[in-house]
Design a protein around this ligand. Structure first.
Ligand code: PMP
Length: 291
């Protein structure tokens, strides 16, 4: 495996960061996770635009242009002969002093890993997935803008640990107001009276690229598309529920804690969107990232 690190392709054992990098010391940096379908990076421009937004929000200067980063990802996919896979693009604050001040760091570092991925077992794409609602509350937008895809994932990690402890693979997180926000690494949708409903940005979510694609597909299918808050009780009363993410794609939620959701199996609109998504990835059509 070759990893792109600050402009060079290196072997995995040579792909190293300094212990003085503020990514290591403080989780100071931003990243993207992208899919490769048929050798092409899916929604590359939207992911790069989100990366630029994240970097700007934390006052991190990207050391490469977005065009250079796009080329670097393509190179990584090519040399590793990835046809179906996943890319992790990470920008760290760079090497600095032990103190927190990010402006003592010399220059941001960038690395790109292209590899295989399987987030959830294949069987769950057909039959749906049980989840829990985590006790860990999603970071408030007043604490850390959740639209920034930063290297601080402990809030999600703690909810993920709750899920694993409960014997499921994913946890849904509520926000400080008691509304649903998102999963630990995916966005949430419910289906209600034939419309798809997903929490708005203000609920404290990452504006998922897959979320944007699914909203685009739902509109094309002439379904209602609403960005509205909903509570755990409203989630349980929904006809269907599914999660979206680059790694997860679209996966049905069939049980929340001990309670079955909808018919306890993937619903018809979820299945239609899964099929539409499968066809969409081959088109190369780009859905813009609107922050
Ligand atoms: N929310 C969180 C917290 C995430 O980390 C992710 C990405 N893994 C998502 C939502 C889904 O975003 P995307 O569709 O861009 O992968």
């Amino acid at each position: 495996m070759k990893i792109w690190l600050d402009g060079k392709l290196v072997g995995r054992h040579d792909a190293k960061l300094s212990v003085f990098d503020h990514a290591t010391l403080y989780g100071d940096g931003v990243f993207e996770g992208l899919r490769v379908y048929g050798g092409d990076v899916f929604q590359a421009q939207a992911h790069l635009d989100r990366l630029a937004y994240s970097a700007q929000q934390i006052r991190l200067e990207l050391p490469y242009s977005l065009a250079q980063l796009a080329e670097a990802m393509d190179e990584c996919v090519r040399v590793n002969e990835i046809s179906q896979g996943y890319i992790r693009l990470v920008v760290t604050r760079g090497v600095g002093l032990l103190g927190l001040n990010p402006f003592n760091c010399s220059k941001a570092s960038v690395f790109i890993v292209a590899d295989q991925i399987e987030l959830y077992p294949e069987e769950m794409y057909a039959n749906g997935m049980p989840v829990i609602i985590a006790k860990t509350v999603r970071t408030s937008p007043r604490m850390l803008n959740p639209k920034v895809k930063s290297l601080n994932y402990l809030n999600s990690t703690l909810a993920k640990i709750e899920a694993i402890d409960a014997g499921v693979l994913e946890a849904l997180m509520t926000n400080e107001h008691g509304n649903l926000a998102e999963g630990t690494g995916d966005n949430i949708f419910i289906v209600r009276d034939g419309a798809v409903v997903t929490p708005p940005a203000e609920a404290g979510i990452l504006l998922g690229i897959t979320r944007g694609v699914v909203m685009h597909l739902a509109r094309k299918m002439e379904l209602g598309v609403l960005e509205e808050n909903f509570t755990p009780a409203e989630l349980l009363a929904a006809d269907e529920c599914f999660l979206t993410g680059t790694a997860a794609e679209i996966i049905a939620v069939i049980k929340v804690g001990q309670k079955p959701l909808g018919e306890g199996q993937p619903g018809p609109i979820t299945k239609k969107l899964q099929a539409a998504f499968g066809q969409f990835v081959a088109t190369g059509e780009q859905v813009p990232y609107n922050v």
